[in-house]
Ligand binder design. Structure first.
Ligand code: SAM
Ligand code: SF4
Length: 345
């Protein structure tokens, strides 16, 4: 279905849970998060019923996100149900990778098409600083902020990444560079693409909620950091004209490297003109744009037995021409339906 700016809307990002086994400093508070209640969260059956309607309206690609999607029990079965929904061509997952190893086989059996692993650093100390892992006993996070536990977590993510590649799953690494936090990790993370057929993507920090108190690194600065760092390692960063998918990333290659490097200039070069996506929160709020405060409560309509197709079409019709992150920046950090962990990033 096309929106009022003639953009084809064929991509839905679903947050399946607001819960997470990490507490990334730019995403969630360290403690005191007011989780949605069990009753507020859509069941998988409800999500699948909604996805059937979305697919009838032209959604072809679904990204499963969170919170951390892999903390929700039964996720592979949900992926399988999405994959068998008529009209759905592609189902992908965005995860912090911590539980990926445990579920990789089941996800592959379910037909998962690709995985995005969020990884902001390869340095265990910085990893602990950013993710605050292990922060508590919830979701099996181990008590005691020991370096051993933290280092093991990072190892687990890297092992899962390599296993996913070995099983021929398409893998993208997503990193959000933040001044004074993980600047030193940009080039080492990019170098994961040297010997691996994956895309390492750097995403400009969007000033939503807690992130408004951090300073992201603009795409132009990232290009010069990457150019310099790769040059020091004897390589040359070159724009890659071959397009991967229809997402917002601009890609680069380095001669002799197996993978690619991507930049997503979420803020500095608004990619809104070609935006093709809708977002559904775990509690059933449908949002036409990451930055729009508007959300339509599909849960109430669904549970009330009301027709939904017209409402969803109206949300598509209301999709704004572009984001307004400056408006979001003025919002208080903290819990909100618009917090990243609620809307899936
Ligand atoms: N827990 C999963 C994960 O981390 O991949 C899925 C949900 S998380 C909200 C999805 C993505 O949003 C992550 O890559 C995270 O780094 C990114 N993210 C969170 N807050 C962000 C912000 N303010 N700006 C840009 N990206 C952000
Ligand atoms: Fe959890 Fe992902 Fe947010 Fe980190 S970015 S706290 S892993 S939801």
């Amino acid at each position: 279905m096309r929106d009022s700016f003639n953009r084809e809307i064929d991509y839905l990002r679903i947050s399946v849970t607001d819960r997470c086994n990490m507490r990334c400093v730019y995403c969630m508070p360290g403690e005191g998060v007011e989780w949605k209640t069990h009753a507020e969260i859509l069941t998988f059956e409800e999500m699948i019923a909604l996805c059937r309607i979305f697919a009838e309206l032209g959604i072809k690609k679904i990204k499963v996100s969170g919170g951390e999607p892999l903390v929700r029990r039964g996720l592979p079965g949900f992926v399988e149900a999405l994959k068998t929904t008529p009209g759905v061509e592609q189902v992908t997952l965005t995860t912090n990778g911590l539980l990926l190893n445990d579920h990789l086989d089941a996800l592959l059996d379910a037909g998962l098409d690709a995985v995005n692993i969020s990884l902001d650093t390869l340095n265990p100390v910085t990893f602990g600083k950013i993710t605050r892992y292990p922060y508590s006993v919830e979701y099996g996070g181990l008590e005691g902020k020991t370096a051993v536990v933290r280092n093991k977590a990072l190892e687990q993510i890297l092992t899962a990444l390599d296993k996913a590649l070995a099983r021929a799953l398409r893998v993208k690494i997503n990193c959000v560079p933040i001044e004074g936090l993980n600047d030193a990790d940009i080039v080492p993370l990019a170098a994961l693409a040297r010997d691996r057929p994956l895309a390492v993507r750097f995403i400009e920090l969007m000033p939503l909620g807690r992130a408004a108190s951090f300073t992201g690194i603009p795409a132009a600065a990232l290009v010069s950091i990457l150019t310099g760092g790769i040059q020091d390692a004897g390589g040359v960063l070159m724009p890659d004209t071959e397009r991967i998918g229809n997402g917002p990333a601009v890609y680069y290659r380095v001669k002799g490297w197996q993978g690619r490097i991507g930049l997503i200039a979420a803020l500095s070069h608004s990619f809104c003109a070609t935006c093709n996506r809708l977002r559904l929160s775990a509690s059933g709020m449908l949002s036409p744009c990451l930055s729009s405060s508007a959300g339509t409560d599909l849960r109430v309509l669904l549970r009330g037995g009301k027709p939904l197709a017209q409402t969803i079409a109206a949300v598509i019709g209301s999709k704004p021409a572009s984001h307004n992150f400056l408006e979001c920046r003025r919002e208080k950090a903290g819990h909100s339906d618009k917090a990243m962990w609620n809307i899936g990033g």
